[in-house]
Design a binder for this molecule. Structure first.
Ligand code: PGA
Length: 259
């Protein structure tokens, strides 16, 4: 991965049927073709995390010439490879479906599905064991920010995940809980800066000397607000929900970041 590379990705959460996912993918393929195919969005690594039901078809639709660079991933995976875990999917299963990366520790999973730092760490190890890329979400609640604990909370979450990664890199997404979703508000650059600086300080040495884990910002990202946050030192890209659920929004952000 090139050090100057930036990332733009979207997680679809519990939205979209397979047909809707394929329509989105085809629109992104068309946009890439209009921008030079393989050379579209230079310097940017796009990715999409559909619901598990749509991973295979979205990956196939994106394999059209020109968009082979769009990574496809899952929104979660279990730490065991197989077994009696009703309703769960393992890393080998999501990889078999076409996932190249796995999102872990999203605040909605931390809040509603007992996704603890310990479980995130087990899952990071499983994802790396199978050669996929972990995308680890970290972020503080409004109460924790008001108490001045943002950096502390986020570093604790990130250290737990990175401890399981050893000398391998993870993509980190700083997603303040108060910034996410319908009731959230996009964080201001000055709110993002100190937390991202702390995350950017967590270096990893994979053999070629210390390097940073890429750090993305997520939480009510808009096309209008993105330029401000992208100027924050240490921000390597965007992890986006609602704005990118429409292909036009995703393409607009790719154009912005690559431009
Ligand atoms: P949002 O979601 O952009 O819709 O706020 C972001 C996220 O949860 O990753």
């Amino acid at each position: 991965m090139d050090a100057a590379q930036r990332w733009v990705g979207t997680g679809w959460k519990m939205t979209k049927t397979r047909a809707e996912g394929v329509a989105w993918a085809r629109a992104v393929v068309r946009a890439a073709a209009e921008r030079g195919g393989e050379s579209a969005w230079p310097g940017v690594q796009p990715f999409v995390l559909p619901p598990a039901t749509a991973i295979t078809q979205v990956a196939e639709a994106l394999r059209a010439p020109g968009t082979s660079r769009v990574l496809v991933g899952a929104q979660d995976a279990h730490w065991e490879d197989s077994g009696a875990w009703t309703g769960e999917l393992s890393v080998p299963q999501v990889a078999d479906a076409g996932a190249q990366m796995v999102e872990l520790g999203h605040s909605e999973r931390r809040e509603h599905f007992a996704e603890t730092d310990e479980r995130v760490a087990l899952k990071v190890a499983a994802v790396l064991r199978h050669g996929l890329m972990p995308l680890v979400c970290v972020g503080e609640t409004a109460e924790q920010r008001d108490a001045g604990r943002s950096v502390d909370v986020v570093l604790t979450q990130a250290r737990a995940a990175l401890g399981a990664a050893g000398d391998r890199r993870c993509v980190l997404a700083y997603e303040p809980v108060w910034a996410i979703g319908e009731r959230g508000r996009e964080a201001r650059p000055e709110e993002v800066a100190p937390v991202v600086a702390a995350l950017a300080g967590l270096v990893v040495d994979s053999g070629g000397g210390p390097s940073r884990n890429p750090v993305l910002y997520g939480g009510s990202v808009t096309v209008e607000g993105a330029p401000g946050v992208l100027e924050v030192p240490g921000v390597d890209g965007l992890f986006v929900g609602r704005t990118a659920w429409r292909a036009e929004g995703f393409v607009a952000l790719l154009d912005l970041v690559s431009g």
